[in-house]
Design a protein. Sequence first.
Length: 329
Amino acid sequence: MKILIIGTGSIGMRHLQNCLTIDRSITIDVVSRGKTSLEGLPEIKIFNTIAEAFDRDNFYDAAIVATPTSLHIENCIDLIHYGLKKIYVEKPIAPNLEDIETLMTLSKTEKVSVYVGFDLRFDIGLNKVKELLGKKVIGNLISFQAEVGQYLPDWRIGTNYKEGMSAKTELGGGVMLDLIHEFDYLSWLLGGFQKAYGLNQRIDHLDIETEGISVNIIQTNEGVLGVLSLDYIQKKLNRFSKFIGDNGTIEWNYVTAEVKWSCHSDLEQYYFEYKNVERNDRFIAILDAFLKARPENFDSRLTPLEEGISSLETVLAAKNFNNSVKSKI
């Protein structure tokens, strides 16, 4: 198998190493506009552009797009034009809906499988939550709450966060797109959303262009109401969700790697722990599923292009509500 990786930032390098972990026989080429550190991997060819990578009639079985968000659509369209049939693109699919229709049409007419990198769908705890919700262990769902927060300056040690993608509007940064995972996994668990209302604002002391905090009210397709909060300011990582049913509650905690639930009819509290699982195990699992995927048969946890776009639309709907409210003040 021959893979082309576009982008050699932290996530691109993680995917490169994980490809080799999955199968050392995989051949990898890389497209990188800047300097990249590939010591110890002399067999990997580095190209400056996608066009250069395909210039010598190279054939690739799949590509991984790990460039800044603002380049995702352009990169995917280029790959399709060069005949690629299988693409993994990091989340979010884009910073806006511009050219989304072009990508959708191309992927369908050229029969290209595009998957978006929402790796939290491969979190063992969230899969346990999905199982419990499916079995209606807590009865009918009434409401949900979710939160994620982590101090942006601590995200990538050794880099200036003010110069990174998260801080730049033109690169598709901001807490809502950065942490779009939350919108996606909640939609995946709960069967999709029909409405989203949000308020967001910048955090002055971070001194960045993009929003640093966001609070959203979301209604699912089944009419269930919930609240989702995201921020760049909590010094200690916090990531959890709570699902409230008419017969109990389920709680997921990413940090403690734990799911707990209880029912009104039972005084017992039940626990599911997965503390022995490493964070990178999730990235290996989603990449392995992608490499094995076929158009007619793929892991249901993978996020097809249409679902990746749906999560983006939810974020943009919440952002648009925020903008409409500000315009009336």
